[in-house]
Ligand binder design. Sequence first.
Ligand code: OOB
Length: 540
Amino acid sequence: MTIEFTAWPEEFATAYRKKGYWTDRPMTDLIDHAPQENLAVLCGERQFTYADLCQKSQNLAGYLNHLGLKKGDTALVQLPNIAEFYVVFFALLRIGVVPVNALFSHNENELSAYAKQIKPSLVIASQQHRLFANDQYWLALQQQETSLKHILLVETGWGASLVEAMETSFQQWVEHPNAPDEVAFFQLSGGSTGTPKLIPRTHNDYFFSIRRSVEICRFSSSTVYLCALPCAHNFPMSSPGAFGVFHAGGAVVMASNPEANLCFDLIERHQANVVALVPPALALWLQVAVDRKSSLTSLSLVQVGGAKLSESIARQVPERLGCQLQQILGMAEGLVNYTRLDDDFETIVKTQGYPMCSMDEVKVIGSDGNPVAPGEEGELVTRGPYTIRGYYKAPEHNAKVFDREGFYHTGDLVSQDANGYLTVVGRDKDQINRGGEKIAAEEIENLLLKHEHILHSALVAMPDSIMGEKTCAFVVPRHDGSKLKSVQLRKFLRGFGIADYKVPDRFEFIDALPLTPVGKPNKVALRDVIRQRLQLNNVS
Ligand code: OOB
């Protein structure tokens, strides 16, 4: 059994292979071919060499194989930023079990939605998460998905022990990863629809994006990378991220979150030289660095992406942090753009770079679907050797966002200069980018509509000096619901078990939603309304 997905047409696959981009090797090579004695992951007081990662992931693979897990099965994984995340990832690859790596901030709403789509046989989780503190959610999930047979937990508790499984060597199992042109794992999409979409990534395409990223960012065995963003996110995983570090034979230092003082301590202690951040985290680092610059002497590169970085913040990086800035415009669907290390400072602070590969095809199109003139604004559309051709089991949505030629319509509004550099100027998708965390407006609107006193709802972005954007839910109460309060609505939404970052930052109650000529909620008008109200509040 293999996992179905929209494959690249044969002529493209042939071209990517011919160029040497697709090498038909499994991603387990990342650790198997690394210098085994080198340190690979530093996690709290624990240290793992590449030999450790290999051994532990083999042990775990043997254990899972023994349980009966096999090629074509899927797993739902939710782990915090700990070394076990990588052990689990490579163990699953070794036996062809395809994981979804949920973010640690995700809750039952997200996990259940992923489980519904992939029908997993296995869950790997941590009791550090509220959901897995006891077996209640696990039992409920098993009721929902009868495919679920096994759960492993990092901590010894009510489930089988992950750590024990990693320590025990199993004989008589054969490593058999999925074919390199088959799905290796699922990435998560930021989403713009009611249900979160899954992104099938193959060994070939993902491995290529990692190798190319390593070249561009010049990672080497001397790289000490601080993993401060959620380890399951595409950015710290592959741009070049931890996997790039593994490919280069360097070391990854795990930070539980990007909080500045915590990270500065880790940088100083482990002499970390690279970190990836989202813009709000960078802004806070710049403040803390005023008093702690001496902790950062080892740092040579800070990569920033996930959301728009303001030029004024970007300009402060070299002086405040004493290191170089790199901007990255990436997406879990594939395409990643980097400013290059030897670009001039103006380019680095003003643009989000250009595609990493010469076979990335990028167009900026106007509302008529035709390319706009250089420098003009339009939607970024792309296809290439590591950009997917379709989401998992989502034919209707795929028909909307992938065109007949296989270009992915990103919903990002950009301009591209004569040298190919992209600058993000806006967005044409119903998504809010809350400091790098993506929220699909429709998902929250649908949940609000389940409230008996709500007639209409619309979620829009409102400006925020630290986060860039926060969320504002406009709510039209039914006649009898005029006494609705934000507190109640937050509680109501939390009742569905959504991730905290998706709970609206603000509620506005109005009599009617302004409509567009075709009768849809006019979100441009609503964004203006909230912007004006915020300004008024500031003045008063
Ligand atoms: C990264 O991936 P996702 O999948 O969480 O989000 C992708 C979307 C992009 O389509 C764009 O809307 C936004 O996030 N975005 C940016 C940006 N980088 C991403 N918007 C403005 N400026 C940027 N620099 O966010 C991601 C994946 C790999 C590397 C880096 C980021």
